[in-house]
Design a protein around this ligand. Sequence first.
Ligand code: NAI
Length: 308
Amino acid sequence: MKVTVVGAGAVGASCAEYIAMKNFAAEVVLVDIKEGFAEGKAMDLMQTASLNGFDTKITGTTGDYSKTAGSKVAVITSGIPRKPGMTREELIGINAGIVKDVTENLVKHSPDVIIIVVSNPMDTMAYLVHKTSGLPKNQIIGMGGALDSARFKYRLAEALECPISDVDGMVIAAHSDTGMLPLMSKATRNGVPVTEFLSDEKRAYVEEETKVGGATLTKLLGTSAWYAPGAAVSVMVQAILCDHKKMIPCSLMLDGEYGESDICLGVPAIIGANGVEKIVEISLTDAEKEKFATAAKAVREVNGDLKF
Ligand code: NAI
């Protein structure tokens, strides 16, 4: 099956590399607006095929969407990333126009495509794709929770001084520094609640470091991260192409779930061949419900800046 990745920059190229390395897709088409850039990234990646042992064909194009025709999944990573000190919300002005234009081109050539939205501010960009693409809501998935949950697990393992494979945890709500909700009450170490091992101070540390995980990296790198975002997207693409029916927190259009409607927010969902197979409603504590509602309010305000 064919996968299109729009934006051959840091995240797009990393995501194409992880998809190819896992060898589950027949073809990855990279699209970029910068002349020759996607073609160059595709060629460089293809020259790793014999070294890394994959058969996925990677091609690149400068904006010729006819090459993307018949894609099962398309990933939108085109747009500008934030610089140190910026919030994701500040990117809306430039990225909304890019995401809308890219979506129209994708749907024109692949009317049944499942779109994974990565460009920031992601919850609002996912909402924009819902409002402009005409696709059914199970076919539009925002990537935030998969990455934020990986960052949560990294910080949990650090605080517990244990291997990352021992811990499990999930982040829901908004993909923003203030709106992320790491579900400490549900996090486990080898099946045992982490609340049994972590002091209040350590819990607060893990929650805070998870929420500012992207900002911390942006400060260190001078631009936003790409390895973990690329890997997170590849897990979602694989869940669709291989019909894993895997529970992954994603930004989805809500219709009453978690008390919210007409908004894209991070919630756990079963991801498989049809895209979103089911939104999973887990029980939240009263404090978590309140944080979810506060995050929704903030995302709704950003959505208000969109012009369709
Ligand atoms: P980048 O600058 O390395 O790459 C973006 C690419 O998009 C560039 O190559 C650019 O030429 C291309 N582009 C711009 N307009 C285009 C158009 N109309 N058509 C096709 N290509 C176009 O940026 P990076 O680091 O890859 O980040 C991409 C986006 O992903 C940013 O908005 C960033 O904030 C977001 N992001 C989201 C994450 C998430 O968890 N949802 C995580 C990391 C980044």
